[in-house]
Design a protein around this ligand. Sequence first.
Ligand SMILES: C[S@@+](CC[C@H](N)C(=O)[O-])C[C@H]1O[C@@H](n2cnc3c(N)ncnc32)[C@H](O)[C@@H]1O
Length: 179
Amino acid sequence: MGSRSLGPRLTAISQHINICIDNIVNQPRDLHLWDCCCDHGFLGRSFLSQPSLHTVHFVDRISSIMQQLDTKLAADCLPDQQARAQTHIGCAADITLDTQAQHIVVLAGIGGNTLIELLDGIYQRHNASEQQIIFALCPNYHCYDVRRYLQQQYFELISEAYIQDRNKSHEIMLVGSAY
Ligand SMILES: C[S@@+](CC[C@H](N)C(=O)[O-])C[C@H]1O[C@@H](n2cnc3c(N)ncnc32)[C@H](O)[C@@H]1O
């Protein structure tokens, strides 16, 4: 799936993640990407050919969405891409991150307050300040609340962007807590 089919918002998120991946590929740990609240899974699917990634995880709490995605992955993806994809039905706050690996967790296309709840759930359960987790965030709204939460929890800003997509503005933030 090329960046043209992603649209400006998902393309910008993907570009920031790719720069981030370029900066961490020489680390010895396996790198996992989590497309949380994935819905159509367009973002995660665009990373299935990225050789630096060990696994691309797709997470959504709606089982019918994940069944459709499983069907699309089986129909559209090459065997090596399918082998790299894992789908999960459930709340994104409950994902389990392998402590021996490195993770990029995407939370995009959801409201800011939901995003904070999910991010906080993942962060608190994984003692993320001692583990290498990078979060790629793009809330639909309540960006001020998201930024305030990030400051309170001492997240470090890796990169950010402000983009327009179909007359809506979006803030993209890549943050980490262990450097
Ligand atoms: C608008 S779509 C966003 C799709 C994609 N991330 C994007 O940015 O285009 C929102 C999706 O989030 C899912 N969702 C909402 N809350 C969730 C939660 N707590 N855990 C997992 N998925 C959730 C919904 O089921 C829906 O499919």
